[in-house]
Each structure stands twice: as C-alpha cells, then as structure tokens.
Design a protein around this ligand. Structure first.
Ligand SMILES: Nc1ncnc2c1ncn2[C@@H]1O[C@H](COP(=O)(O)OP(=O)(O)OP(=O)(O)O)[C@@H](O)[C@H]1O
Ligand SMILES: [Mg+2]
Length: 326
C-alpha cells in the first residue's frame, strides 16, 4: 500500500503589498511513499520541504493538486489522517517546565488515550527510546539530543502508521545523530513508515530507502539511493597496476558495455561503471588472464551530493556551508 501519493500538489503564498509578489513554495509535486519505508526529503533552504510536510500533515491547505495520506483524501478526510499520523516539527513541541515523561503522557491524553493507557505507552517508549536516564527531569535541563528523543516519543505516543519528522537531527553531534538513527530504524522495524527531511546527505544515504530531492519547489529527482546514484554515474572502480600494464588494461576494458568511462589518474586506472558489485568480479579475472598484476583495488559509490549537483547544477554541501557560515 502507498502511504502517501500526491498529484500536482501546489502551494502559493500570497504576497503582501509592497513586500514582493506571491511565493510559489511548492509547484506540482508528485510523491509516492510506500508502506514501511524511510523516505528522505532533501533540498536546500527554502526548497519547499516544510511547506509540503505541513500540507501532508493537514496543517496547511494546498493551493492545488490532490493527495492521499494513509489511504485518506487530504481535502475531505483530514480528521482521519490526523488520527493516523505523527508529526515532529522543525522546532519540536515539548513543554519546558514539565518532565519528558509528563510530556509523553500529556501528548497521549491529547490524542484521547485514557490515563492508564497513556502511562503504559509512555513506559513502553521510555524503554524503546532509551529515555530512562533523564525522562523524570524537567525538559528545560535537557541537551538538544535529549529533547529530540522526547519529541520523537511524543510523535509516536498514539501509535501512528506514518511519522513525519522535520529535520530531526539538525544540530545534534555525530554520536547523538547515530543514536537517533538507530531509534528511527527501530520504530520502522515496528511497522511505522517514516517521512523525514534532512540536510545531511550521509544521513539520507545510510538511513533512507527512498529519496526525493526538492529544488525551488519542484522535485529534482526521486528514487532509491542506488537508483539516483546510478542515474548519475554508478560506481567508481580504481585499480592499481604496474605502469607498463595500463595500455593493455585499457584495451581490454574500454570495449565493455558496463564501462561508461575510463581514466588514468595518479598512476591508477579509474573505471566508471553502472554496478560496481557486478563489474568488479568480472573485471579482475580478465586482468589476471592477461597477466596484469593488480596491486590495489578500491570501489567507491557516487555520493548523493554528486547526484544533487547533476540534477540541479548546485552542490547541497555548498548550501550547508553557507548556512553554517551565517
Ligand atoms: N507563511 C509563508 N508566507 C510566505 N512565504 C512562505 C511562508 N512559509 C514558507 N514560505 C516560503 O516558501 C518557501 C519554501 O519554504 P519552506 O519552509 O517550505 O522551505 P524548506 O525546504 O523547509 O527550507 P529549510 O531547509 O530552510 O527548512 C520559502 O521561500 C519560504 O520563504
Ligand atoms: Mg524546513
């Protein structure tokens, strides 16, 4: 089953007099999110990620297009959608003066759970999300990572089928981010579909099944991480060998259909291939048969930033660095 399907989803914010024209934040976006997957929504600042998420969570009416979320129509069945989804906003939503545990119970009560059911669920989440150490302290004393964990807990108190997370790991240190990923994976194993935005390409790469890259309100690319990378160049196999062997190796490998490009660089032979894991076991025996002594072999995957660069002409890393410099 598809958890989210959108058709030409649009959002235009009206301009204010004297302060510029209308802003077309989201333009004809078509998304498909499958049940049980972690779907990553990427793109530079202002690309339209939060706006799309706010529409899909029923918080903002679309200006055009259609969407089905958890099987319900966004325009006509917003109430049913709200029962089935969780949303953790970019800013989070804990009460500072209550403890993390109290925040969880309160959230459960807001979703209509009885006191006993809310306490039972909060106890379960304390165990699942490893909140024991700090959940009985006031939230105002928490570190950024601890807050994000409580936010995550609040998002799943009512057992949603689909969880929206807007930049869940922004500002966390690498260890806290890795812990957070583990928690998200664990939730996913329990059957929750996760839709998240992130600026971290390594995060999207290792965590997400499917990725959508947004740029200027439109979808620049959508697919599995592997599919997107293969659209760009696939994998790079770098082979070291004696200098007098390069000519023979090139003559042997250049005619292969799976070798898109072949280059000599820094005394190494670089092969750009579609699927490295298939090409490498075929290529190595060919070289051995030709009596070419291979000294080193390395296979690297094209990074998501190269995908973004190819699709949009800009690097997402540059955008991040700009943001970091502000
Ligand atoms: N309420 C609003 N009124 C007018 N313009 C808005 C409003 N909300 C968002 N926008 C504009 O819509 C565009 C998309 O914003 P959005 O918040 O969706 O981007 P984003 O991809 O989430 O960016 P970021 O990575 O910085 O969070 C931006 O140009 C933003 O200024
Ligand atoms: Mg945003």
């Amino acid at each position: 089953m598809d958890m989210i399907v959108t058709e030409d989803l649009c959002k235009t914010f009206p301009g204010r007099s004297g302060r510029g024209g209308p802003v077309e934040a989201v333009k004809h976006v078509n998304l498909r999110v499958k049940q049980g997957e972690i779907f990553g929504f990427l793109g530079p600042n202002g690309a339209g990620k939060t706006t799309t998420m706010r529409m899909l969570t029923t918080l903002l009416p679309p200006s055009g297009g259609k969407a089905r979320v958890v099987g319900y129509d966004l325009a006509r069945e917003a109430g049913k959608i709200r029962q089935k989804i969780g949303y953790v906003s970019q800013k989070g939503g804990c009460y500072d003066l209550a403890t993390g545990y109290e925040n969880l119970v309160l959230q459960g009560r807001l979703y209509g759970l009885s006191k006993a059911a809310a306490v039972k669920k909060a106890d379960e989440l304390v165990r699942v999300l490893h909140l024991e150490e700090y959940c009985h302290r006031k939230v105002k004393t928490y570190s950024g990572g601890q807050r994000r964990h409580i936010d995550l807990g609040m998002g799943v108190m009512h057992d949603p089928a689909l969880l929206f997370l807007d930049e869940p790991t922004t500002g966390l240190d690498p260890t806290s981010r890795a812990n957070f990923w583990d928690e998200i994976r664990r939730l996913c194993e329990r059957g929750i579909t996760v839709f998240l935005t992130t600026h971290y390409l390594d995060e999207a790469d290792s965590l997400c099944d499917t990725i959508c890259i947004m740029d200027h309100g439109t979808v620049a690319a959508q697919g599995t991480v592997l599919e997107l990378k293969r659209q760009v160049a696939g994998d790079i196999i770098t082979i070291g060998m004696a200098p007098d062997a390069f000519g023979r190796a090139e003559a042997l490998l250049r005619p292969r259909a799976d070798v898109k490009e072949l280059r000599r660089a820094d005394g190494l032979l670089k092969l750009y291939v579609e699927a490295g894991e298939k090409a490498l076991p075929e290529i190595l025996p060919l070289l051995v048969e030709e009596n070419i002594a291979v000294t080193t072999v390395e296979m690297t995957r094209v990074s998501l930033d190269e995908v973004f660069l190819k699709m949009t002409g800009r690097s997402l890393l540059d955008e991040d660095r700009k943001e970091a410099a502000v």
